[in-house]
Design a protein around this ligand. Structure first.
Ligand SMILES: *Cc1c(COP(=O)(O)O)cnc(C)c1O
Length: 815
């Protein structure tokens, strides 16, 4: 993209306030944290319910960005950059995308539906790439913001587009239609679920079909409610398993080898193809692709040859622990320029180490000449401050003179031969390669070897939950997030890093060593230590942690050390006991506290806090209110007599929900971030964060009368199929969860635990469940939920989460 700013102004109806001379624009951005922002970036300052990008403009100007689309010019930025002032920056972004799209005229495939969009998009890209230069939405960029960003990546070399559109309510699709302008429309599986945001299924279909209002053809599974919404301008091109009136009539047969044979009848003839999948969703997705190939008049042979090679689509960027303290970002399934940019932004948000390595294969299908492409890649690598590039492939190797910090190999095998000499250690490694390079072998070589049981942590869900709680707060209320006990069992550093990215105000840990390891790993956010032992005070000071002070004894001990070190205004947090009776100054010690702190210059009371004992329990609401009242009284007294202006805070997660009037200046979010609420209504609004997964080690069938496990506590009354799972009480699964109390989920079905849970294994009943050795097993996650488990085990979700042993590998991912 190279556009003159003057040409953009009328398109987004902006008032132009120029100070730097009309610039040419080469890219657009909405992410203030991206290292890819530069002088030729046009930055759209989007405004959300709890986020306003206008506050980052000053920073961005400092980093060289000169062109901004804004609703107003922030005071401290006047005359320092070019500003395009608009009423609404999201509308402007969309209008810009409409304009940009209008500069290109080639076939565009538009996809919508409830399920399968991203897979069909990726498969079509694979099936059509031998014949077209394709631009497609990266990952699942299908929202009101994602679609404009996808479309603005088109360049003059592309000759086919594939874009997906996702909507959550009415009135959204019209906007996306104008941006995508699909000539070929595909409605993937529409689902039957009643979605919030739509009155009923009919309304949902009607809204989705708006994407195709000007398409020449619409592809869908024949269905009367869809038929009626195909626009008069478009040709309907339908398929069906049951309705012979569809344009393409399909039947299928499962083969013994994991394949499905698909017969299709089209224009009076019968054909067949095989796909390497058996589940219904994959079959439907493959048929959607088939329809496009038929519409584009591909012959049977080509269809057959390409369909056979369909592959599982990996939609997540995974963060894994690597050998020698490395952390690995695994995006080993695709390499195109657009997704490289996204992965590099993700690397920046997750990087644990100063040292960043990129392992990159040849890039296909950029639409650019190789010369131009690798110049751009090299540029990107420089702006993202990548320490070392490892290029793998003939083409990237041929252009190695473009990279100053590279090592190059002709193929993956050559790289693996030199593996030891590359000295991987204490660095973050982004692995990004086209499928044919089989970079999964590189991931396997770099990954720390552990058991097959993993705790998967969904970083998107954490962001969602954080934003949910933020949205319930007054805009000025600050947020401390508790990451004690290893982020409630989920992983301390990775979550802290994400929270830093989201600019929360404070982190809270229980003990000094937790804070120290976060600080040494590079976390810059202020960290409060809830229960600092006196022996840890020197380390607390050294690492700039902030202690909670809860007694006169502790205060004097801290002051003594701080005075020796000649500190001035060292931040401390004063904890008041208002009824929890755990830690804190009681009412009768306040006078002494005031006397000690009055006029003291060594420490500064950064905040005053207390903790509630019953914020989650309506039956004790009076007690909770009494705690809040006492907090008000004691903290006000401190503030008055000391003449200070500390941050005040008392609410934990359930306090945030139940006592919104007691937010004071800050709240302390804990369990809610990790997706757990004790209020069923609120629970529905949170997303599941942690999924504990394992695999089936062995399957056997036992006869009636035989028993399972220690003590023969399960006796089969009939022939029973048993699966053994390699997870036990040493991993944190309560023994009480055995003997029929608990269950796991296999292939979406419940399998109850038979006999006692062993130290490292447990056995479940899989009678009637179609499963094999090696299949995935969910111990908790969507089902059973941690809440459900806690309830049956007579405990609380906190205990379940924090009990998961550290030998269980944590894997972080992002959708
Ligand atoms: C753990 C903790 C919190 C967070 O509690 P949740 O119920 O998990 O939200 C807040 N404040 C203090 C002092 C804590 O110890």
């Amino acid at each position: 993209m190279i556009l003159k700013i003057q040409n953009i102004i009328p398109q987004i109806q902006a008032v132009f306030v120029e100070s730097k001379g009309g610039e040419s624009i080469e890219s657009i951005s909405i992410d203030s944290r991206s290292l890819q922002n530069g002088p030729h970036t046009l930055f759209f300052a989007l405004v959300g319910p709890n986020h306003d990008a206008h506050s980052y403009i000053k920073d961005l100007i400092g980093k060289g960005v000169q062109n901004f689309v804004v609703t107003h010019i922030p005071e401290d930025c006047v005359a320092q950059a070019n500003f395009l002032i608009v009423e609404n920056t999201l509308d402007a972004l969309q209008a810009f995308a409409v304009y940009y799209r209008s500069l290109f005229d080639f076939p565009v495939i538009g996809l919508t539906g409830s399920n399968g969009k991203t897979i069909v998009k990726e498969w079509l890209n694979f099936l059509l790439s031998p014949d077209y230069n394709i631009i497609r939405s990266p990952k699942s960029y299908n929202s009101q913001v994602g679609v404009p960003l996808s479309v603005t990546a088109i360049n003059e070399h592309h000759n086919l587009g594939i874009f997906e559109a996702g909507i959550s309510t009415t009135s959204e699709m019209d906007k996306l239609q104008k941006i995508i302008k699909p000539s070929i429309g595909i409605l993937t599986n529409i689902g039957t679920a009643h979605d919030e945001g739509f009155a009923d299924l009919e309304e949902k279909i009607k809204e989705k079909m708006l994407l195709f209002q000007e398409s020449e053809v619409v592809i869908f599974q024949k269905n009367n409610s869809v038929d009626g919404f195909v626009s008069a301008k478009s040709k309907a091109f339908s398929w069906s398993f049951s309705n012979k009136e569809a344009d393409v009539f399909i039947s299928k047969k499962q083969k013994s080898d994991q394949n499905t044979l698909i017969y299709y009848h089209y224009k009076g003839n019968s054909f067949e193809m095989t796909i390497p999948f058996q589940d219904n969703a994959s079959v439907e997705n493959a048929i959607s692709c088939l329809m496009v190939l038929l519409y584009l008049e591909y012959d049977e042979k080509t269809i057959q040859n390409r369909m056979e090679l369909l592959y599982p689509v990996e939609m997540r960027l995974k963060v894994k622990n690597g050998i020698n303290n490395c952390s690995i970002i695994d995006d080993s399934y695709n390499s195109d320029f657009q997704s490289l940019k996204i992965a590099l932004d993700f690397l920046e948000s997750q990087k644990q180490y100063h040292k960043k390595t990129l392992i990159l294969s040849d890039i296909f299908q950029s639409g650019l000449s190789n010369e131009a492409l690798y110049s751009k890649v090299s540029h990107l690598i420089v702006s993202n401050k990548i320490t070392r590039v490892i290029g793998i492939g003939e083409t990237i190797s041929a252009f190695q003179n473009k990279f100053t910090n590279g090592v190059f190999f002709k193929n993956t095998a050559e790289f693996l031969d030199s593996f030891d000499s590359l000295d991987f250690g204490n660095e973050t490694i982004l692995i990004k390669g086209a499928r044919t390079f089989q970079f999964e072998e590189i991931v396997a070589a770099l990954e720390e070897k552990t058991h097959e049981t993993v705790l998967e942590i969904n970083l998107n869900a954490i962001s969602h939950n954080l934003n949910f709680f933020k949205s319930t707060l007054k805009p000025t209320t600050k947020m401390m997030v508790m990451v004690k006990a290893f982020g409630y069992g989920n992983g301390g550093f990775e979550i802290a890093k994400l929270l830093e990215h989201h600019k929360v105000d404070y982190l809270g840990v229980a003990f000094a060593d937790e804070g120290i390891s976060l600080k040494t790993a590079g976390i810059k956010l202020p960290i409060m230590v809830l229960n600092p032992e006196s022996t840890s005070f020197p380390a607390i000071i050294q690492h700039q942690l902030e202690p909670e002070i809860y007694s006169l004894k502790g205060l004097h001990a801290f002051l003594k050390i701080a005075e020796q070190k000649k500190l001035k205004h060292f931040p401390i947090h004063v904890k008041l006991d208002t009824g929890m009776h755990r830690l804190g100054f009681e009412a009768n010690t306040i006078e002494d506290l005031i006397a000690t702190l009055k006029g003291n210059e060594t420490v500064k009371v950064k905040s005053i806090l207390s903790h509630m004992a019953t914020s989650d329990d309506a039956a004790h609401a009076d007690f909770a209110k009494a705690q809040i009242n006492l907090f008000e009284k004691l903290s006000s007294k401190l503030i008055q007599e000391l003449g200070i202006q500390p941050i005040r805070h008392i609410l934990n997660t359930s306090g945030i929900s139940n006592f919104p009037n007691a937010q004071y200046d800050m709240v302390r979010l804990g369990i809610g971030l990790y997706g757990v609420s004790n209020d069923p209504e609120e629970q529905k609004l949170l997303e599941n964060v942690s999924t504990l997964k394992s695999v089936i080690s062995q399957i056997r069938t036992i006869s009636a009368g035989e028993s399972v496990g220690y003590g023969r506590r399960f006796l089969a009354e009939k022939p029973t199929k048993i699966a053994t799972i390699p997870i036990g009480y040493a991993d944190g699964i309560a023994r009480a969860w055995g003997n029929g109390v608990g269950f796991v989920t296999i292939k979406n079905e419940k399998a109850s635990i038979l006999g006692s849970v062993c130290m490292d294994m447990l056995m479940v009943d899989v009678t009637g469940i179609e499963c094999r050795e090696g299949d995935a097993v969910i111990i908790f996650g969507e089902s059973p939920t941690v809440n459900e488990m806690a309830h049956k085990l007579n405990t609380i979700p906190y205990e379940i989460l924090t009990s998961i042993s550290q030998r269980v590998k944590r894997v972080f991912y992002r959708e």
